[in-house]
Write a protein that binds this ligand. Structure first.
Ligand SMILES: Cc1ncc(COP(=O)(O)O)c(C=O)c1O
Length: 243
């Protein structure tokens, strides 16, 4: 049989799945192990969501949506959430929002939309293990920006600037962060925007855990720094914001 694509062969197996499978196997063997690898809450989907999904299927909502970016009510609800909770100006929801089956796909699409072969994408380290593979699959080069644990993984403009080259295209920011659980400060948010403006970079904002904050609040894109009016338009994706 002919080989699979070089791109796919260059991608290592998912470490998340490997750790998760191992933890599950240990649980089956009777060991007292808590599986923390997968980003899966420890509660079932709330009943009102399950009921709404079942009723939609029973009522024939099983076709392609029109427009294809998502059901108009869903797109409008996301636009409302982003305007009121995140202070992100959404003037034309059908052009600015795409509903995807999960955050991973949303991030991949954002990368695919901006990456040309050889473009460099900055990834803040420690990072969620899927980021480098996604960048590689879209033809880009992942460039880790190492954030030292001795400095509480702090993001500074100089740490970002040290990795810039003429090929740098975007910064991927995950806030709150998987795996550290850390929430970035306003000063760090401003450092990211400052460097993005200086070097004309996109910011891919992965705020999937936006609502999982125990004290204070998560504020990567909410509200955008008023001193930088172009900041919202640099943000290509904030997938899976939980309503
Ligand atoms: C930081 C981060 N972003 C995105 C995702 C992907 O989420 P989804 O399951 O919605 O594709 C995960 C899942 O673990 C994650 O940890």
């Amino acid at each position: 049989m002919k080989p699979l694509s070089n791109k796919l062969n260059g991608i290592p197996a998912s470490m998340t799945l490997a750790v998760n499978d191992k933890a599950k196997a240990m649980q089956r063997a009777g060991l007292d192990v808590i599986a923390l690898a997968g980003g899966d809450p420890d509660f079932d989907t709330p009943a009102h969501i399950v009921e709404a999904a079942v009723s939609a299927i029973q009522n024939g909502h099983t076709h392609y949506p029109a427009p294809m970016v998502g059901l108009p009510q869903t797109v409008e609800a996301i636009a409302h959430k982003m305007r009121t909770e995140n202070n992100i100006p959404i003037d034309d929801p059908r052009r600015q929002i795409i509903v995807t089956p999960g955050g991973k796909w949303g991030l991949y699409l954002a990368l695919a939309a901006i990456t040309n072969p050889g473009d460099e994408i900055l990834i803040l380290e420690p990072y969620w293990v899927s980021y480098p593979s996604m960048v590689t699959l879209t033809g880009g080069t992942p460039v880790p920006v190492s954030l030292p644990s001795e400095d509480n993984f702090r993001i500074t403009a100089d740490r970002l600037r040290a990795k810039l080259t003429p090929r740098t295209k975007a910064i991927m920011v995950n806030n709150p962060c998987n795996p550290t659980g850390r929430v970035l400060t306003l000063a760090e948010r401003d450092a990211i925007v400052e460097v993005a403006q200086e070097a004309d970079l996109y910011v891919i904002a992965d705020e999937i855990y936006e609502k999982l904050v125990f004290d204070g609040r998560s504020h990567l894109s909410s509200p955008p720094p008023p001193a930088w009016p172009s900041a919202p338009s640099r943000s290509t994706a904030s997938p899976n914001r939980m309503p």
